[in-house]
Design a protein around this ligand. Structure first.
Ligand code: NAD
Length: 292
């Protein structure tokens, strides 16, 4: 089997740009596809800024930064992935969007290319079934922010073969990350545990038990969490949080996972957290201000 040399990334959002960053820094060529060149340009600006921060902290050299940036290119269409050995899908957390991507992407891929998804919650087996390669399909769930977080949750679908699993495992190791293996159940392990806590924090706010500031302070200082649950929700993206709760609610058919109506309201308002400058906090001035 040929070693992995080139990695494709679909989606240049928070996760796609983070994955491209660490993969390029580890010496792989990377092609990124998104709906427009503007999104790719924004991702490159972010990657350059984050690499610069690593140079400033003495973690990488200026040459390593420039070499990593030089390895990243734009794939305007999926044709740009025709020589990729592995493609990671990191587009919006919406099953219909992901299905459409796989259907149009697969005809361009090399027969032995691995297709991975960074989904936070959707069934790997079900997504794999929409492709021409369920045995070479795998869940590689990177954590946000990818350059900093050490874990990659690995999820095999029912058909994922051993070669695919070991090649993906090798890639994770070469990125300096540690993996944890999860069975293919709704939201896997990290989000099965984390998101109900965030959703409960939103209920705590909704029921008036505490303000945004009080809830986050309580969990930071009372449970020793590095950031409060509402701050974390803004960081993840409230649309992504809501999608994960819906997957848990529908996938496990248990009312304990029902998404908080206040979370739904924020998403309907387009207040999606940091990425839209407003969520449980307003980020439009220097100091984030609670919105409730
Ligand atoms: P995001 O909203 O920042 O980025 C999504 C990107 O996908 C956008 O740039 C969008 O333009 C692009 N996109 C949408 N449809 C597309 C299409 N048809 N073709 C190409 N690109 C398309 O979202 P994100 O936070 O980066 O999340 C991406 C994926 O990673 C989701 O599956 C999410 O569940 C998962 N994830 C997110 C986090 C997190 O903390 N945000 C953590 C782990 C995994």
């Amino acid at each position: 089997m040929e070693p992995i040399r080139k990695v494709g990334v679909v989606g240049a959002g928070q996760m796609g740009s983070g994955i491209a960053h660490v993969v390029a820094l580890s010496g792989y060529d990377v092609a990124i596809n998104d709906l427009s060149k503007d999104r790719y340009d924004a991702a490159i600006d972010l990657i350059a800024k984050n690499l610069e921060r690593q140079v400033f902290k003495g973690k990488i050299s200026e040459d390593e930064k420039n070499a990593a940036l030089g390895r990243i290119s734009f794939a305007e269409t999926f044709e740009g992935f025709s020589d990729a050995d592995l493609v990671v899908e990191a587009a919006t957390e919406d099953e219909t969007v992901k299905r459409k991507i796989f259907v149009s992407l697969c005809p361009f891929l090399k027969p032995d290319a691995i297709l991975a998804t960074n989904t936070s919650s959707i069934s790997i087996t079900r997504l794999a079934a929409t492709t021409d390669r369920p045995e070479r399909f795998i869940g590689m769930h990177f954590m946000n922010p990818v350059p900093i977080m050490e874990l990659v949750e690995m999820i095999r679908g029912i058909a994922t073969d051993d070669v695919t699993f070991s090649r993906a495992k090798e890639l994770v190791g070469s990125l300096g990350k540690t993996m944890a293996v999860s069975e293919d159940f709704p939201a896997f392990m990290v989000n099965r545990i984390l998101l109900p806590m965030i959703n409960e924090a939103v209920y705590t706010l909704y029921e008036g038990v505490g303000s945004v500031d009080a809830i986050d302070t309580a969990m930071r200082l009372g449970a020793n969490h590095p950031m409060g649950p509402l701050q974390l929700a803004d960081f993840i993206g409230l649309d992504t949080c809501l999608s994960i709760m819906q997957v848990l609610y529908e996938g496990l058919a248990d009312s304990k996972y029902r998404p908080c109506p206040l979370l739904v309201k924020y998403v309907e308002a387009g207040w999606l957290g940091r990425k839209t400058q407003r969520g449980f906090y307003d980020y439009r001035s220097d100091e984030p201000m609670p919105t409730r």
